[in-house]
Design a protein around this ligand. Structure first.
Ligand SMILES: Cc1ncc(COP(=O)(O)O)c(C=O)c1O
Length: 408
């Protein structure tokens, strides 16, 4: 497999192509937010286009056999997350997977769901809706940004109560881009009779055998993030005894079948996202190798975080680069000047401001009232992208923070 010889050199794929050229990303835009919506390689886009063309050429040749094709795709993709095909189902996205699980559960009025303050807001809202349906309550476990593994387990040990029925916890957190020890949290929860839904939205591709590593009673992960599948491809994996209570969000002809087969039929939909997922996994494996891709991303992310943090450091009281105890390979957190991005709404607004004003795709997050730039890299990222951020975004960030840039 190709090693990255210099952090400054663009990644070259096994086919000899510059990685950037293998994605259809707009060259006039700087792409530093793979984490939110992924990015699909051109070869995979074409593969999906060809499948759609087949469906368009012969709808009757395509749709009546769709369940078989989806089942085959499950068999091809499940091993990538360390799962058996008979434990895995395709759903359109992580949010859908959580909804499927929440819909299957019943609670008593004095039961409790534990979530964390690193949780993905939309999933936490789903947990809150589940609790409301039964008059149960949601309690938030607060985990300091820099908490180590043992401290996190201690927090869960202390938080688990006799009425805790469910924990919803992220394998890789969205606002803080770090790992949480979900497998060990699940072991602890099981000792106390609670069940665990692991949100592994970011885990496929970043964590080897992500579903196995994530543990929990139910696990889900997005294939349209780090594996670079077309959007609308996620896996839900479970071996839970009551998994026959899980139903697709769309009642369809699979209704007479057992889990997982009943998820393979979803009425007349475009299932080409599922059917193209293994093409994305295979593309990265063939062109750079998944293990090497994680190493390459890690080196790139460190390089980017250092360059960007250095530019912001004069305006940030603490270390601008956050050194997380359980980092992931592809994302880094950089502190923003005080007062910027202190709420999720402000952080999201900053993303669009910089997109419109600077032509840079970014993600900003907010945690404990503090704003962060969440840097994402993938194989197509080049160090010139970090320089572009420094040149185009840092002045805008300072302007919005009301700071006059120091003369260099
Ligand atoms: C941790 C986490 N959970 C869930 C989601 C929701 O993913 P989707 O929009 O694909 O449903 C995301 C999206 O970024 C996420 O980061």
């Amino acid at each position: 497999m190709l090693e990255m010889t210099s952090s400054a050199a663009p990644v070259q794929l096994a086919s000899g192509a510059r990685a950037r050229d293998a994605w259809p990303l707009d060259p006039d835009i700087v792409h530093l937010n793979h984490g939110s919506f992924g990015a699909v390689p051109t070869e995979v886009v074409r593969h999906q286009d060809e499948l759609r063309a087949q469906a368009d050429r012969s709808p009757v040749g395509w749709f009546p056999r769709i369940a078989e094709r989806v089942a085959q795709a499950r068999s091809a993709v499940a091993p990538f997350v360390g799962a058996e095909a008979e434990d895995a189902v395709f759903v359109p996205n992580a949010s859908a997977a959580a909804t499927v699980v929440f819909n299957s559960l019943t609670l008593d009025a004095d039961d409790e769901i534990l979530v964390t303050d690193h949780g993905y807001g939309a999933i936490t809202m789903g947990a809150a809706r589940l609790a409301r349906r039964f008059g149960a309550r949601v309690r938030t476990v607060r985990i300091p940004l820099l908490a180590e593994e043992e401290e996190i387990l201690e927090l869960f040990r202390a938080a688990l109560g006799v009425r805790t029925r469910l924990i919803v916890v992220d394998q890789i957190t969205s606002p803080t881009a770090r790992l949480l020890p979900t497998r060990r949290i699940a072991e602890l929860a099981h000792e106390r009779g609670a069940r665990v839904l692991v949100d592994g939205a970011h885990a496929p591709g970043l964590v080897a055998d992500a579903a196995k590593a994530g543990g929990g009673d139910w696990w889900f992960g997005n294939m349209h993030k780090w594996p670079c599948a077309p959007r609308g491809s996620a896996l839900l994996v479970t071996r839970a005894d009551d998994r026959q209570d899980l139903w697709p969000l769309i009642d369809s002809w699979g209704g007479g079948e057992a889990y997982p087969d009943r998820f393979d039929t979803q009425g007349t939909i475009d299932a080409t996202t599922y059917l193209s997922t293994s093409a994305a996994i295979d593309f990265i494996e063939r062109e750079h190798g998944w293990a090497q891709t994680r190493r390459t991303m890690s080196a790139l992310a460190d390089e980017g975080a250092d360059r960007i943090a250095a530019a912001l450091q004069p305006y940030v009281a603490e270390d601008a680069r956050v050194h997380l105890p359980m980092p992931v390979d592809s994302m880094r957190l950089i502190r923003l000047p005080d007062g910027l991005g202190s709420t999720r709404e402000e952080a999201d607004a900053l993303r669009m401001t910089l997109f419109d004003a600077a032509g840079v795709e970014t993600a900003f997050t907010s945690f404990e009232g503090r704003g962060y730039f969440r840097l994402s890299v993938h194989l197509y990222t080049e160090t010139s992208d970090f320089d572009a951020f420094v040149e185009r975004c840092v002045p805008e960030i300072l302007r919005r923070a009301g700071i006059t840039a120091a003369a260099s």
